[in-house]
Design a protein around this ligand. Sequence first.
Ligand SMILES: NC(=O)c1ccc[n+]([C@@H]2O[C@H](COP(=O)([O-])OP(=O)(O)OC[C@H]3O[C@@H](n4cnc5c(N)ncnc54)[C@H](OP(=O)(O)O)[C@@H]3O)[C@@H](O)[C@H]2O)c1
Length: 337
Amino acid sequence: MIRHLAIVGATGAVGREVCAIITEGRIRVDRLTLLASSRSVGTRIEVAGRSFEVAETTERGFEGVQYAIFSAGADRARLFAPAAVKAGATVVDNSSAFRMDPDTPLVVPEINPDDARRHRGIISVPNCSAIILAMPVWPLHRVNRVRRIVVSTYQAASGAGAAAMEELRTQTADHLAGRKVTPRVFPHPIAFNLFSHNTAIGDDGYNVEERKVIEEMQKIFHEPHLAIAPTCIRVPVLRAHSESVNLTFERPITPQEVREILSKAPGVQLVDDVSANRFPMPIDASGRDQCLVGRIRQDISQPDGRGIQLFVCGDQLRKGAALNAVQIIELLESMKP
Ligand SMILES: NC(=O)c1ccc[n+]([C@@H]2O[C@H](COP(=O)([O-])OP(=O)(O)OC[C@H]3O[C@@H](n4cnc5c(N)ncnc54)[C@H](OP(=O)(O)O)[C@@H]3O)[C@@H](O)[C@H]2O)c1
């Protein structure tokens, strides 16, 4: 039983998913505090059959809080997480604020649970595309070292938050009704379109999202030289990211070996029905805890048998954020003497 949990950003897409996970009964919380911006003060959210009023996030609002799940962006995390830690809370942060800080563990409980032990008050949840990539790659890497990853993402609108989900809905309706489509949250039309991830491009030509995938995978895997070439694309899917993944292993490996390893991997579910041509789809991954993996085949362009191609879909609001945060709290609770 969690004595006192605070959710910062409780009105957002991720915050509401944390509330949904509590309602499902995965964790039991004695006292729950819901926080957001001043705009949401007074909003009521139903959690586990009880109605809670949202309060404004302030530095003084963390007295007595045991765990605080932050889902309110990097600026808010930098502003309020230190105050939460000072008040005695352990912060699990979904933003990018502290992910690459050497003193902050970046944890996926199925992969690097022991990293959580060395936290100093804050544990970061990795970027959602990195988590969904890491889930099928890690169990393979443990058996046969992965030397190189080429990944293309198909990222859902919900990855950019509740307002972006609404923009996809509104633009789709406007487009179908023949009305003018005006992008507000995204820089380009999202309905009936796709575009390169809406983050800044660095001098090396990679955008911020692609850089996060590279650096965070290396940190989670403890493999600072793991070679990763990502292309991150936003697609008009409401929920659940998809990723096309090409892997080069240290030694030859067959699709059958990959299927056997992944069929036993925690948090991963094989969806690889060749006869029915049924493979992972974001619509099937939505609302699910597991990442769906399929289209497992040899990379025939690598004649030495070291190449594998696969396709993964994972609900980035769940495993890519809210669920991973809740799992970190479960992990910390299980580590208590
Ligand atoms: N969406 C995803 O799939 C995903 C995946 C992984 C990580 N994340 C990360 O999770 C965080 C939240 O993302 P989201 O998608 O849930 O965004 P969102 O739907 O836009 O929600 C943002 C939340 O932050 C709150 N907030 C904004 N300004 C605030 C302030 N000044 N003080 C306190 N709270 C404030 C908002 O409250 P109001 O409603 O009052 O404005 C809202 O609850 C981000 O850091 C994001 O990078 C998101």
